[in-house]
Design a protein around this ligand. Sequence first.
Ligand code: IPM
Ligand code: MG
Length: 398
Amino acid sequence: MLCRLGAARRLTGRLCALYTREGTNEHFQEIDSTMGQYQIAMLPGDGIGPEVTAEASRVLQAIGRRFHHTIELAQALVGQAAIEEEGEAISEATMTLCQHSDAVLFGAVGGAGVGNPNARVQPEHALFRLRKELALFANLRPVRPFPALLGASTLKRDVLRGVDLLVVRELTGGLYYGKPSEIREQQDGASAIDTMVYSEAEIERIVRYAFELARGRRKRVTSVDKANVLSCSRLWRRTAERVAKDFPDVELRHMLVDSCAMGLIRQPREFDVIVTENMFGDILTDEASMLAGSMGMLPSASLGLRTTQHGKFGLYEPIHGTAPDITGQGKANPLAAILSAALLLRYSLGLEAEAHCVEQAVQGVVQAGFRTPDIATSGGTTVTTRQMGDEVVRRIEK
Ligand code: IPM
Ligand code: MG
């Protein structure tokens, strides 16, 4: 009988698993072209994007070494960096690279001081194109403050203790994509227009996704809208009601977005899964990141229906932006990017134990008191972006 030793390594472009004959130390190699080899497109982008994704990439490499996987990271330009080098926010070649990868690890693009709001090509277009063309309509933003970081938040510990919520943000519709969207220069003064449009099918798809996720959690969905003002929200609410009938085991409540913004800091423990449209989700998650102490702590996963050999295809990015004010100073917190890499391992590569290992390492690092300036607490040790990465890697390698 052959027993699995568990090692899957890359050999001359092919993979093998190591086996041993029971009771002996004879080893056999079996070629297995489906195991342990993963292809990731890495798009660091602008500002602090390259600094934080460099640490996430070192973490993925450490996971590869510890668990004997071959995780290949192919890097490409995106955002302002791509505009300068390639003339567009994301090139066709980079789009193709992403399409042929198991997942995309993304840093950040654009940001104040980087781009010019009147420029023909905006760095953010890269992100919008990736989300739309890769059909990544579900943006998952989990918020679970680490106990060691409760003191890093501006909110009271008692409010934060036990918070565990998941924002499911619709990512490929609404104001981000509606047309027309333009500034109209007219003789009697300029005017501007943006368009919010949602089809019932788009709403149903994301709400269903949220209900499915709630089934694996505390079975409570809060659907957030502005139904007292917007037609899109009235259709949203009606659709959520209809979808809820297929999930009798999950509780649905509706909340207006302004009330939700207040509820998030008043009683955040009340929330389990929050599902909402694109722009509300963008705003509410910046607010929710304060529950975790800093934007630098919040990861995200953007998923759709497409699957790969190992799991769901997805794009993973910290929720923070390019932070031009601290770029290149070693002050950026890489933990949101590292936790995004953990989500990548979980959802796109189907590697739960490996994802857990990264999350445990991050927990160990914050518990040991290592802090970048954004989460500085008294008694902690202030470290640079690289040192924070080193501490996580060290714990994975143990
Ligand atoms: C986010 C960001 C982006 C968004 C920006 C960079 C366009 O704020 O992912 O939350 O608004 O979606
Ligand atoms: Mg945002």
